[in-house]
Design a protein around this ligand. Sequence first.
Ligand SMILES: Cc1ncc(COP(=O)(O)O)c(C=O)c1O
Length: 396
Amino acid sequence: MLSKEEVIHLTDKYLISTYNRLPIIFQKGQGCRLWDSEGKEYLDFLSGLGVNNLGHCHPAVVKAIKEQAEKLLHVSNLFIIQQQARLAELVVQQAFPGKMFFCNSGAEANEAAIKLARLYAKSRGCAKPEIITAHRSFHGRTMATLSATGQEKVRKGFEPLLSGFTYVPFNDLQAVKDAVTDSTIAVMIEPIQGEGGVHVGTTEYLGGLREYCTRQGILLILDEVQAGLGRTGRFFGFQHTEIEPDIVSMAKALSGGVPIGAILAGNEVARSFMPGTHATTFGGNPLSCAAGVATVETIVREGILENCRKIGAYFGERLKDFQQKYPFIQEVRGRGLMWGIELDRDGSGVVQDCLQKGLIINCTMNTVLRFLPPLIISRDEVDRGLSILDRALARL
Ligand SMILES: Cc1ncc(COP(=O)(O)O)c(C=O)c1O
C-alpha cells in the first residue's frame, strides 16, 4: 500500500491539475460518514457534490452493483439493455410520460438536451435556433454546455463559444420575455441553481415560464442534474411547482455513485432523435443502470423524500438561527437538503476549518457555503455537523 505522501506525489506528477484538491485521501464511506487514510472520521455534508443522495455505499446499491458485475458489465447500445429499459420506466413513473436517452454525466445530459431541442426546432423550420439560459447558471464543461452556462468565469478562454445562447437574470420572467426572438427555441434553467450559489426558482417564475413557453411554442428545458433525484424533497425540483418541462436532464445521484447521465423528453419532442442522430458508447450500460434501478427504487420505497423534507426543514431552521447569530451571514437559501449560506466574505476558510474538525462542506461562488448532505441523514447527524459549523463560524 502506498503512503499518503506517495499518493500525493503521484497525483502531482501524473494528473493534470484541473482541480484544487484537498490533501485528504478517503478510504471508506458508510451512510453520512467517511474515513480517511489516517483513520480520521468525517461527517459528509457534500455527498460527493450531490451524488451520494443515499449516503455512501448504500447496501441496496452495492448489492445491485455486485450482482450485475458478476453477470454482465457492458454490451453497447447496438443491443437491447434490460436494466436501461427498467430504469427509464422507473424515472418516467416518477416524472411525466416520455422517453429517455442515457449518457454518462450531467454535461452530456445537457448536450443531449441542447441537440434534441435544436433538431426539434429544425424540424419545425427554425434555421438558427437560440436558447435562453440564466445568469449564474451552470450546465457543464463541454463546449456546448459551457457556452450555455451563464458564468463568464466558466466560459473564459474557450472562445469561440458555441453560438445560439442568450443569458438573462434568473427568477425574472420579464427578462425572458424581453429576450425572446423569432429564433428562440427553448429556455433552459435549473429549478434551483446549485453551483451558482443555491438560488431557488420561485413558484411564480417557474409556473410563469411554463405558461409563457407553452404559449410561445418554446421548449422548457430543466437542468435537474443537481436538484433531481430527491435532493429538494420531491423526486424532481420542478414538482414543487407542479409543472412539467419538455425536457429534463439528470445525472449525479441517479446511479448512487456510478457515472450516469440522462434526459427525459416528452414523446413528441423525443421523436426528433432518430437512429444516427445521437449516441454514446457507455450510455446506460448494464452496470450503471442496475445501480440506477436500485437507487431509484430505494428513493421511492424507503421514505427518502419524506426524510429529506422533514430533516431539510430542520436543517434550514438551524441555518436561519445562525443568521440571527452571525451578522456576516447575508442570506440563507435552499429547499429540502440543498442549502446555501451567503457570507459577506470569502468562505474558503470556513470550509478548511470544518474539514479540520471533521465536517465536509463546500463553498461556491467564493462566498456561498453549500450543504448537500445525504438524504438519509438523521437529526442527530445534522446537529453534530452544525455544531462543528457553528464553531467554525464563531471563529470568523
Ligand atoms: C445543474 C448542473 N448541470 C450540469 C452539471 C454538470 O454535470 P457533470 O459534472 O456531471 O458533467 C452540474 C455539475 O455540477 C450541475 O450542477
